[in-house]
Every structure is written in C-alpha cells, then in structure tokens.
Write a protein that binds this ligand. Structure first.
Ligand code: AMP
Ligand code: MG
Length: 349
C-alpha cells in the first residue's frame, strides 16, 4: 500500500484534505493524525473491520483496547450505557483535552474496538486537526498511538512514517505535538474512580473535581503482584532496544554511579547513552548524551522523552542510564513511562 503523507496546518485547516481523510476512515481505511498528546492511528471506531486493521498495522495484541475519540459532547450518549455525573463534571473541566474516561459501553461499540471488554475508553482531543478529522469521519474515531507496538509513541510525523509507512492509507503531518505523552486514563466504572494511566491531567486535578480518586497499584511498581487494569499497560511498552536503568538519589551520588556504569560499559565495548537535564548533562561521559531540558520544566521533560528513546535506537545505543524524575503532578506521568521503558530497573544510590 502507498501511504500518502500530507502536511496540514492547524491554523488554516484544508477542508478538502480533511474531507478526503475522513472519507478514507468512513470507507474502512486508516489515517494517522496529530493530537495534542501524541500522533494517533485513526479508524472508524464503530466498524469492527477497521479496528482489526488498526491492530494489524500496529502489530498490537487484539486484547489491548482502543480509545474512541469524539469531537463533541453530544456524541457521547450513543456509545455508553449512561453518562454518569462524574463524567459530565470531568468533561466540563478537562474536555477537549488529554483525559480519557472509561465508561460502560453501549451495544453500538463493537467488541473488536474494546478488546472484548464491556467498557469503552473515550477522549475528546483539543487539537484542531484531530477535531476536524473526527467530524469528517462520522464522529467516532478509534485511535491508539500511531507507533508499531512496543515502540515509543510518535511525537512527530516522521516517526509515524518510520513505523507505519506502507501499512496505512494516509498520514496527516501537523508537525511537533504539544504535550508528548499519552492521555491520563481514569476508570469511572468503579467507586471511587481509579487512575489507570497518569498524564497531564494530574491526580491532584482529578481529585479537585471528583473529590476522591485512587491510583492503580501497578502504575509505579514492577512487582506489585497485580495486573494493571488498563490491559495495554501490561505490555512491554516505550522500551528502547538498549538496556535502560534509572538511577535515583542525591545529585552527586547519581552522577558518580552513572559515570562508573558508563565507563564500565565502554570497557566492554558497549555504546552508551544517558538521559539527564541541562543542569547535569555536562558531567557525563556517554557516547550519546541527551538532555530532556531544565529539571524544573517537567513539561519539557515530558515532551522530549519519547524522541530521546527513539534516538537511542537510531544510534544503536546498548547501555543507557537515566536520572530519575520523581515528584507530583506531571512528573508522575514522566516516571510511569520511564519506569516502563526501563522495565522497572531502578537503582537507589
Ligand atoms: P494508546 O491508545 O496506545 O495510548 O493505548 C490505549 C490505552 O487505553 C491502553 O493502555 C488500553 O489498555 C487502555 N484502555 C482502552 N480501553 C480501555 C478499557 N475499556 N478499559 C481499560 N483500559 C482501556
Ligand atoms: Mg500506545
């Protein structure tokens, strides 16, 4: 299959192009598009054949459910059993935006889209191109991240091309995404609601609206003995090909530990990499040193992380050390993804 890559400007959205892309999705095809979180791989959420194609294109296990994207609140009732009060409140506070809600699904949503579950994940993205495409596609677009399964989610269209060229009909290139990590997922089918995946809509922000909210025990621990409640979170994800270790502790101890590890790696002829910040990057002697930006600017850290993980693969880095980014708020999302990328390999120094 030839994949058409077309540039799209969110300030002046080309209607003809969006109609064409929407037509592809309505006809059962797949179009990758920018959202404010990461690039999504879109298909008709109400067409079982489209969902199957999404799984095939990504090489994703079919028990890993897809998020259904909508562009307006009026679209929600048709795909859920009912719209609970909590969902209305969260939508008023955070939609359109980087929040996904898990709700009981209606008959309208095929089980191919929900990985066999009787719940459905729903999000209303704020990116103008995403919203326009959803409208042009009939209102319901199933869209996981537009990467091959197991690779970091794409933050630029070039990475979508790298992973999916020849496997999908079209890629809308909207440049850099704004946020760089996937949406927060909150399960509203339980009381109190549970955060299944941390993101830019933070635990604190959710608690502000919902009163009480819990965290899936598997989010930050590799050996909680509990399977994560979001089926997708159990798969090896975001992982670079090299062995990644997170080092946690006081700044000087972390630098010493990492530099010792790097020099040992080099003695064993391993190509080395490090993930650090502007403040510390100069003190490491890695073959591929990468700064995620200023430590205080957690949004920049979040935005740069996946690009850096992909660059390590491009450079065939074999041994990688990362500083730790513990904290509240968006840091929880950063640490959750970093821990998964590292297979929960963490050293406390
Ligand atoms: P992605 O779209 O690639 O960011 O992945 C979607 C994430 O949402 C995966 O981790 C899924 O397991 C999760 N998800 C989607 N639908 C549901 C659902 N009905 N219940 C729980 N988790 C879900
Ligand atoms: Mg994904």
């Amino acid at each position: 299959m030839d994949t058409r890559v077309v540039r799209i400007n969110e300030q002046h959205i080309d209607d003809t192009l969006i109609r064409e892309a929407g037509g592809i999705i309505k006809a059962g095809g797949l179009v990758a598009f920018p959202t404010e979180t990461v690039y999504g791989l879109g298909g008709d959420a109400l067409n079982p054949a489209s969902s199957k194609k999404i799984y095939e294109a990504k090489g994703r296990p079919s028990d890993n459910p897809l998020i259904v994207h909508i562009a307006r609140m009026e679209s929600l009732p048709a795909i859920v059993e009912k719209v609970p009060e909590a969902a209305k409140k969260l939508a008023a506070a955070f939609w359109p935006g980087p929040l996904t809600m898990i709700l009981k699904k209606s008959e309208t949503v095929p089980r191919e889209t929900t990985g066999g579950l009787d719940t459905v994940a729903v999000r209303m993205p704020s990116h103008p191109t995403a919203a326009a495409l959803i409208e042009a596609s009939g209102g319901y677009v199933a869209a996981p991240s537009a990467n091959r399964s197991g690779r970091p989610s794409p933050t630029v269209a070039e990475y979508v091309v790298e992973d999916l060229d020849g496997r999908i009909e079209m890629i809308l290139d909207g440049g850099d995404v704004e946020l760089g990590l996937e949406s927060t997922i909150v399960d509203l089918t339980t009381e109190p609601p549970v955060i299944l995946r941390p993101g830019f809509v933070t635990e604190e922000a959710l608690a502000g609206v919902l009163g009480q909210v819990e965290r899936d025990a598997a989010l930050f621990s590799g050996d909680s003995g509990q399977a994560p409640k979001a089926p997708g979170m159990k798969y090896r994800h975001y992982a670079p090909e090299g062995e990644l270790t997170i080092v946690r502790g006081s700044a000087p101890a972390v630098t010493d530990y990492i530099n010792a590890g790097l020099s040992k790696g080099r003695k064993n002829n391993k190509k080395t990499g490090v993930i650090a910040t502007d403040e510390t990057i100069g003190s490491y002697s890695a073959d591929v040193p990468r700064s995620v930006g200023k430590r205080m600017d957690v949004n920049a850290v979040a935005k740069g992380l996946y690009r850096i993980l992909r660059e390590f693969d491009d450079e065939s880095v074999e041994l990688i050390y990362s500083e730790s980014f513990d904290g509240a708020g968006v840091s929880q999302a950063v640490m959750n993804r970093l821990l998964k990328a590292a297979g929960h390999r963490v050293i406390d120094v």
